[in-house]
Design a protein around this ligand. Structure first.
Ligand code: SAM
Ligand code: TMP
Ligand code: ZN
Length: 408
């Protein structure tokens, strides 16, 4: 009998299809002097038989992940800075073009999106529970409420600021298991013609690219149009637009509105039909994905051991949250990957969670260049490969592991 849990959306039965083993918190970078026992949980993912939502089998308490020292910064990628800047400009000329508009962003992080809104003098509020990143947003001129968004937060915001034209969340809604409280809050907060727009890694891309490292503690849900459509209806909302995005390895931006308030775009029916046609939620498709994930582990470990036997140096590139899943599922430690190069100050001079691989500032990458770089930040491949041309010219090679292990 496979493992089962209760669906966080509909209380139906969730059946496991992939077990990625005991894992640490993906963003808990430790000081080398820290000898305390690391928190671990079982990372496994399943699908609900009733509503199709793909979700983790075990939930990590939110305060363990999102706290004063949460290290991830949205501003760490030039491509993402441009992505959020152009989206903010689009919002300013569409959703926020009316009289005295108001936007609430969940998980505003360092304010990369909202700073453009703030500069335009438009009323806004970033809701961000992680202290240090929220401080960076405030320093950038963004109005921040240090809090977890949930129904009670939404009611309090509505009391203080009035209803919102737009609620927006990037790479945040999928982090929140209490989806029912979020959606009740959104319904209470939105103006009748308002919209809830959110973008998160897309199950369709994860299955197609076998990007199993998108599965980690913070990514509680792996959304699809099918599962989001059902979840929206359950909460008296309607899925009125979907937009596929190339960022972060493939995402979908969903727009929800009150029923009848907006005419659904043809893209919604098209993506629902595409998911149906490819059997995205079929058990056989999810089992096939799990088989390919285990094959990647076998191939990646074999390649790293072969390179080690040849005396080649392999360095990791990008201490992503994703890299925790990859390293710990595959059993990759400092014996196979010397260190991980990363630009994030709060990750540097620490040890990657679980694997204990040291994290060094990017200057270490070129000092001297290794023969091989394992690209943990494969979702930023174009940006990183463009700026690391000297590594290539020095004879360096990139190791990628999605959709299959390959060297370029
Ligand atoms: N939106 C940014 C982006 O896309 O780059 C940041 C994404 S980061 C992966 C997720 C953020 O969500 C973190 O800054 C975290 O503190 C925040 N977060 C987690 N739970 C939240 C909640 N219930 N309400 C608001 N923010 C939350
Ligand atoms: P993400 O995939 O969750 O956005 O995380 C990307 C990580 O990679 C983050 O820790 C910053 C790091 N990074 C670099 O070290 N160099 C780079 O050029 C880019 C784009 C990211
Ligand atoms: Zn369900």
């Amino acid at each position: 009998m496979p493992n089962q849990s209760t669906c966080r959306v509909c209380a139906g039965t969730v059946t496991e299809f992939l077990d990625l083993g005991d894992q640490p918190l993906s963003d808990a970078f430790r000081l080398p002097s820290d000898t305390s026992t690391e928190f671990t949980y079982r990372l496994a993912v399943g699908a609900c038989a009733e509503c199709a939502m793909v979700q983790l089998m075990e939930e990590v308490p939110r305060e363990k992940m999102f706290h004063q020292d949460y290290p991830y910064l949205s501003q760490g990628s030039a491509v993402m800075r441009e992505h959020f800047h152009s989206l903010a400009e689009r919002f300013l000329s569409t959703e926020l073009a009316g009289e005295d508009p108001f936007v609430v962003e969940l998980g505003c992080n360092d304010g990369t999106m909202l700073r453009t809104v703030a500069e335009a003098g438009v009323r806004h509020l970033g809701v961000e529970p992680s202290g240090a990143v929220g401080d960076l947003a405030a320093e950038a001129g963004v109005r921040v409420r240090k809090d977890f968004f949930e129904e009670a937060t939404a009611l309090s915001i509505r009391d203080q600021d009035g209803p919102a034209d737009l609620v927006y969340a990037a790479n945040t809604f999928c982090h929140i298991p209490y989806a029912d409280s979020i959606l009740r809050g959104v319904v209470a907060l939105l103006k009748p013609g308002g919209a809830f727009v959110f973008e998160d890694p897309y199950l369709g891309d994860i299955v197609e690219k076998t990007s199993f490292d998108q599965i980690y503690d913070e990514h509680f849900f792996l959304f699809s149009a099918t599962s989001v459509d059902g979840m929206a209806r359950r909460h008296g909302l309607e899925l009125v637009d979907v937009e596929r995005l190339p960022v972060h390895g493939g995402e979908v931006r969903y727009t929800l509105a009150l029923p009848g308030a907006r005419t659904p775009s043809p893209a919604v029916a098209a993506l629902l039909a595409e998911e149906e046609a490819r059997g995205l939620h079929d058990r056989a498709v999810l089992d096939g994905f799990a088989d390919r994930v285990r094959a990647i582990r076998t191939d990646l470990v074999a390649l790293l051991e072969e390179l080690k036997a040849k005396g080649e140096r392999v360095v990791g590139y990008g201490a992503t949250a994703k890299s925790a899943t990859t390293a710990n599922f595959c059993g990759i430690g400092p014996d196979l990957v010397e260190f991980i190069s990363d630009t994030t100050p709060a990750k540097q001079h620490r040890l990657a969670p679980g694997s204990g691989i040291p994290v060094r500032p990017s200057a270490a990458f070129a000092d001297p260049y290794p023969g091989y770089a394992l690209l943990f930040a494969w979702n930023h491949a174009a940006e990183i490969m463009a700026k690391e041309q000297e590594f290539r010219e020095a004879g360096g090679k990139w190791i990628l592991y999605v959709p299959v292990v390959h060297v370029v």
